[in-house]
Ligand binder design. Structure first.
Ligand SMILES: Cc1cc2nc3c(=O)[nH]c(=O)nc-3n(C[C@H](O)[C@H](O)[C@H](O)COP(=O)(O)OP(=O)(O)OC[C@H]3O[C@@H](n4cnc5c(N)ncnc54)[C@H](O)[C@@H]3O)c2cc1C
Length: 453
């Protein structure tokens, strides 16, 4: 029996499995689709995600697929320069989401069981039973990373407050049989308009359209080549000709977030926990950061050495970060409305974001570099995380009680690094307090000894 089941083999579920596996747990991923997806909603990785993937040796495999290093991000199309950010990656990586997921999956020992859609979940004090692909699977815990329409969320009746979609957009990858002059032939940041057309490798183009026809059609109406042709002609003139539509999907500006990320032995991560307009390139990155925040805490809890409350600090730390992204994307959505009042607000915001301090604050937020958690002093930029997912103590003697639980390294600057890369202590008094808070009060026990939540 695995220690943990993960529902959903998207980027969030796969990185969560990677983190749990790194910490020595047995994991099984249950994925609805029969084969790995080639469809990519996200096309960009923020700097903090690049750091996280690089620290785990996962970035090198992505290099051949990187289409662009964009020198900044954007706030509703207003460019935000990243070049002075304190990171090895002061840019957004232009890369298709499917490559990110497959690079993580290629490094997993954890099996990914496909054609295994979760249809039922039951839990008691001992563990969870998950029905997927018509079979029952037992484990101690379930991580629900089954995306924005999360079945697990519905099955548990978890409160998911927020607002429903008021606008409808279409995303599509397609080929063009005729391209008018003047279309961008390299990746670039979106403009102030929500629509864009971007060249992808292999002669494909990514189109996002939002017009009157999209508002009229129902959410489940199939996207046709005719609909895309009409929308692209309206945006780019009669010279544009749509060839083949490779995949297409409707999406909107619904903004919702789970009230609680933990429901007994079920923990939610990624789009299953929060949905919002995908403007500014935040969703994939939120999910990856959820995964690295949750993995070591759940592992510590299962192994039995984690202090009380460590697992719940996952909700406490990550809920506010996603709540802030919902605020940011709601505001960006308003700035994208072609209405004279919204255009006036955009003009004011554009001016404010030209002020260096404001621009930098926005860059720190959008890039994920500015994220800090209570009791930490930000992320480490120069200490690689431990391959086995343990915390790392640099330049200080480790008290005997924590001998097996913490990796020690020489160094002139004393620091304690949490397994997700955040600094829990930076010299001076308080090392014992930090160890007790983040690692636990006693030596590890075996996973089998893990107790009730
Ligand atoms: C048009 C668009 C553009 C976007 N662009 C960006 C961007 O540039 N940058 C960015 O950061 N984010 C972007 N996003 C958001 C990003 O794509 C998502 O936030 C990201 O996919 C979330 O990953 P996830 O693993 O949490 O969920 P998903 O990627 O949705 O993965 C969920 C997985 O669960 C599986 N699943 C579903 N139901 C079940 C079930 N019942 N049982 C088992 N498995 C199940 C699915 O098959 C899927 O594999 C964009 C989104 C859209 C719609």
């Amino acid at each position: 029996m695995p220690d943990v089941l993960v529902a959903g083999g998207g980027p969030t579920g796969l990185l969560t499995a990677f983190e749990l596996e790194r910490a020595g747990l047995d994991v099984l991923v249950l994925e609805r689709d029969t084969r790995p997806t080639t469809q990519s909603r996200a096309l960009a990785l923020q700097p903090r995600s690049a750091e996280v993937l690089a620290d785990r040796g996962l970035l090198a495999a992505l290099e051949p697929h990187v289409q662009a290093r964009l020198p900044g991000g954007h706030f509703s199309g207003i460019p935000i320069d990243y070049t002075d950010l304190p990171t090895r990656f002061p840019y957004q990586l232009g890369i298709e989401q499917a490559h990110v997921a497959s690079a993580i999956e290629a490094r997993l020992r954890t099996p990914v069981l496909r054609d295994a859609a979760v249809t039922a979940v039951a839990q008691n004090g001992e563990g969870v039973t998950v029905t997927a692909g018509g079979r029952d699977h037992r484990a101690g815990w379930l991580v629900a990373a089954d995306g924005g329409h999360s079945t697990v969320r519905t099955l548990l009746g978890a409160a998911f407050p927020g607002t429903s979609a008021r606008i409808s957009l279409v995303v599509a990858d397609l080929t063009l049989t005729n391209k008018p002059a003047g279309l961008a032939d390299a990746w670039q940041l979106p403009s102030s308009k929500p629509e864009f057309l971007l060249p992808l490798p292999g002669g494909r183009h990514r189109a996002v359209v939002v017009g009157e026809e999209q508002q009229r059609l129902g959410r489940d109406a199939p996207v046709t080549a005719g609909e895309l042709q009409r929308a692209l002609t309206a945006a780019h003139g009669p010279g544009i000709e749509v060839g083949e539509v490779l995949w297409a999907s409707r999406f909107g500006d619904a903004a919702r977030q789970l009230e609680r990320y933990r429901h007994g032995r079920v923990l939610f991560a990624g789009d299953a926990a929060h949905i919002h307009l995908p403007v500014g390139g935040q969703g994939l990155n939120l999910g990856l950061q959820d995964a690295v925040n949750l993995g070591w805490k759940l592992a510590g809890h299962i192994r039995g050495h984690a202090p009380g409350g460590l697992l719940d600090s996952y909700h406490d730390e990550r809920h506010p970060v996603a709540a802030r992204v919902l605020v940011s994307t709601r505001a960006q959505g308003v700035l994208g409305v072609p209405d004279p009042d919204a255009v006036a607000v955009r003009e004011i915001i554009t001016g404010l974001l030209a002020v260096p301090g404001a621009r930098r604050a926005m860059a720190m937020e959008l890039s994920g570099i500015g994220i800090t958690y209570p009791g930490t002093t930000g992320r480490a930029t120069d200490i690689p995380v431990a391959p086995d997912g343990r915390p790392v103590l640099v330049g200080a003697a480790l008290p005997a009680d924590w001998a097996d639980l913490v990796e020690t390294r020489d160094g002139s600057r004393p620091q304690l690094l949490r397994p997700d890369g955040y600094l829990a202590w930076a010299g001076g008094p308080g090392l014992d307090v930090a160890l007790r808070r983040w690692v636990g009060p006693q030596r590890a026990t075996s996973p089998a000894a893990a107790s009730m939540p």
